[in-house]
Ligand binder design. Structure first.
Ligand SMILES: Nc1ncnc2c1ncn2[C@@H]1O[C@H](COP(=O)(O)OP(=O)(O)OP(=O)(O)O)[C@@H](O)[C@H]1O
Ligand SMILES: [Mg+2]
Length: 249
């Protein structure tokens, strides 16, 4: 199986903008291995470097030191093997749902694969909305478009940065169920940043709990629960408490 991620001694220092400021050490010696097909959540305080770590895994940012490998290939720049879903809306308002999703392909000069766009529209539950424009979609639907666009190049790894952070609780839980559905159908490795510990327990095989900046991985909490998971089961609540306890240090 493909989609294994390994990062070793990742350190990230953002240099000071000017003399009044000092360098910012965002990540300090972070190492971990993620298995093919695993679902990992990154949780940690605001500003602890979760987005930075995700961007380094995607090749969107370079680490000050350390290495990232995906299936034994060192990541130094963005790759089609790695899809990324950003927290904020990243759709082009003047393009339809279909065109926004197809854009991922067009940028890669693969016009011949355009019919596949419809398969991805169906996968994320947007059938019938092909011709709609982003301003006519709810927040949840816009994130569905973002997920489809990230998946269209058939990546082995999907990285998601708080994709459901702006959604109401009801939409959020629907999106969580649908994301697990996609994860199970596509056998893809997913790494997701979230502030929501319940979301992390619901989705993940393992949860990486980060410390405040400069961040290290404080603990890795396994979630050995059958799916579909019941949020009010005592085992579920027990793991949630363990994660919260770890985050409170
Ligand atoms: N491009 C940059 N230049 C300078 N400093 C940066 C840059 N990007 C991030 N930082 C700093 O690095 C630290 C980690 O930021 P990051 O965005 O990774 O945190 P985060 O854990 O994702 O936070 P949040 O939960 O609020 O999204 C912060 O102190 C931030 O100010
Ligand atoms: Mg962030």
């Amino acid at each position: 199986m493909v989609g294994s991620i390994s990062f070793h001694n990742i350190r990230k220092i953002f240099p000071a903008q000017d003399e009044q400021h000092s360098d910012v050490e965002a990540l300090s010696q972070i190492s971990a291995t993620i298995n093919p097909g695993e679902f990992i959540s990154l949780v940690g305080p605001s500003g602890s470097g979760k987005t930075t770590l995700l961007r380094i895994l995607a090749g969107l940012e370079t680490a000050t030191s350390g290495t990232v490998t995906i299936d034994d290939h060192e990541i130094e720049k963005p790759s089609r093997k790695v899809g990324f879903v950003f927290q904020e809306a990243t759709l082009y308002p003047w393009l339809t749902v279909y065109e926004n999703i197809a854009l991922g392909l067009r940028l890669n000069k693969e016009k011949e694969r355009l019919p596949e766009v419809n398969d991805y529209i169906e996968l994320v539950g947007l059938k019938g909305f092909e011709k709609a424009y982003p301003h006519n979609l709810s927040g949840g639907m816009q994130q569905r478009v973002n997920i489809a666009r990230a998946l269209i190049n058939n990546p082995d790894v999907l990285l998601l940065d708080e994709p459901f952070g702006a959604l109401d609780a009801f939409t959020r839980s629907k999106m969580q169920n649908d994301l697990i559905d996609i994860w199970q159908k596509r056998h893809i490795t997913m790494v997701m940043v979230t502030h929501d510990v319940e979301e992390a327990v619901f989705l993940s095989n393992r949860i990486f709990a980060m410390t405040p900046r400069p961040a290290i991985i404080k603990d890795i909490i396994p979630v050995d629960l059958k799916r579909p998971r019941l949020r009010d089961a005592p085992e579920f609540i027990g793991i949630k408490e363990k994660v919260l306890h770890t985050l409170n240090f």
